[in-house]
Design a protein around this ligand. Sequence first.
Ligand SMILES: [Zn+2]
Length: 309
Amino acid sequence: MNLRLMSVHAHPDDESSKGAATLAKYAAEGVEVLVVTCTGGERGDVLNPAMDRPGVRENLAAIRRDEMAEARRILGVRQRFLGFVDSGLPGPGEPLPEGCFALAPLEEAAGRLVGLIRSFRPHVVVTYDETGGYPHPDHIRTHQVTVAAFDAAGEAGRHPEAGAPWRPLKLYYQGGLSRPWFQALHDAMTARGMDSGMREVLAELPETGLEITTRVPCAEYFATRDRALLAHATQIDPNAGFMVHDRDVEREVWPTEDYHLARSHVDVDVDVDVDGATPEDDLFAGVRRPRRPQRPTAAAGAAASPGCG
Ligand SMILES: [Zn+2]
């Protein structure tokens, strides 16, 4: 059975900062992986001081396309743009720019994604939760468009111009960069006498987050993730933010990327046990044939994922 995974994102670079090791792992295992990028990232800033030089801002759209192509190659996945224009991040009270993705009619945007779902025929679709995971209008719109398209793609009467119906089996939300993740890395680095640089982020993060149903072990692909991130050279400062925490510590204390199962058309058991053991370790659980055996006990599951409870 040829398994197919679609990961829907707002801007070029989001695929590399959210769930990239998962994509690289599944691609390496022979799963067909398609990243869909809703916008071209045209209104992004230049976030890497080394790239803030003449000619970059003027050509940001073209440069970001090239960066995306390189990241896609590094991850070993396919990628398509949905063709909308970046909404930017308006200040408080500022209107959204005319013609941007966040203002595009939901039906039209979902219809385009339905077309990609029906041609690629993914078994699993991944996107952001309703908060966008990050308060950017394009991230919130990406969630709305993906959920609408996930529900519509299997119905023959919806978007009949977009091809023959295909119903994906599972929809996940990204659960990475969570408070527990920051806390675990901060604690582990502090215990080793390192400066985590995460104290400020931790102070601002909400206490509660998405319930995690699924942890995909993918530590051996963190280096691939990092290379894909650095390919987005205008967006990623190699000396700041996500790039600076200790990679050995990360592999040791948090060797997974995490997800919340939002919809399923296959039998799943995703009730989180009282001891916190996570039910799934595979986005295709219940989709693969024959079905993977259930974990024998919660204790065995916990032992297999140290530090993830
Ligand atoms: Zn983004």
